[in-house]
Design a protein around this ligand. Structure first.
Ligand code: GRF
Length: 193
């Protein structure tokens, strides 16, 4: 199965996917291409692995340009810390084939402006009892697509922005590969082989 990963940032989730493919935790899949919408460390991670890597500058034309270069046999498009909004036409033509990871328990704390530390700040300000991460399908409504996997934890009394971000990242490293296997229809047992 061919995965295309979209990144805008540090790319630790991309690295996790790369590592899981190497270790067999994600089976029968490879990253056909990594596309970034800006210069970022995720691009370097991809190049280092000799994965075909493209930069399409963010902006109105992004979705159209992406559609042009997307390998024909793409099975899944994975947004791993990707900050541009894919347009409606793109989302509709790849419906059910695009997933995103969000650093909160959707449907809470999603939507426009809810990314990175803004999410954690909002969660702390709302004095939430728990937070977590969500893998969901991407539709043209921001963070609105069907939830695939979600994992939560209890927020500690002394939780800070940093500890929250760290805990969420480690949950992401767990549920993202699991969700990818689930969608690509890779049975659990096979992962052990
Ligand atoms: C993750 O927290 C993800 O939930 C959000 O962006 C962050 C990306 O982190 N969408 P990284 O670039 O994978 O380290």
């Amino acid at each position: 199965k061919n995965i295309v990963v979209l990144v805008s940032g540090g790319g630790t989730n991309l690295q996790r996917i790369i590592d899981c493919i190497k270790s067999g935790e994600i089976l029968n899949a490879e990253i056909a291409m990594v596309v970034a919408d800006r210069e970022c460390f995720g691009l370097e991670r991809s190049k280092k692995q000799n994965i075909p890597t493209k930069l399409i500058q963010r902006g109105k034309m992004f979705s159209m340009e992406l559609k042009k270069i997307l390998p024909e046999n793409t099975d899944l498009i994975v947004l791993a810390g990707f900050l541009s909004i894919l347009n409606k036409e793109f989302c509709e033509s790849f419906s059910g084939k695009i997933i995103n990871i969000h650093p909160a328990l959707l449907p809470k704390f999603g939507g426009k402006g809810m990314w990175g530390n803004h999410v954690h700040e909002a969660v702390l300000a709302a004095e939430e009892k728990e937070s977590g991460a969500t893998v969901h399908y991407v539709t043209s409504g921001i963070d609105e697509g069907e939830i695939i996997l979600q994992k939560s934890f209890e927020i500690a009394d002394d939780e800070t922005l940093e500890t929250l971000a760290e805990k969420i990242h480690s949950i992401e490293y767990e549920i993202f590969p699991e969700a990818i296997n689930k969608i690509l229809g890779i049975p659990r047992e096979k992962k052990e082989n």
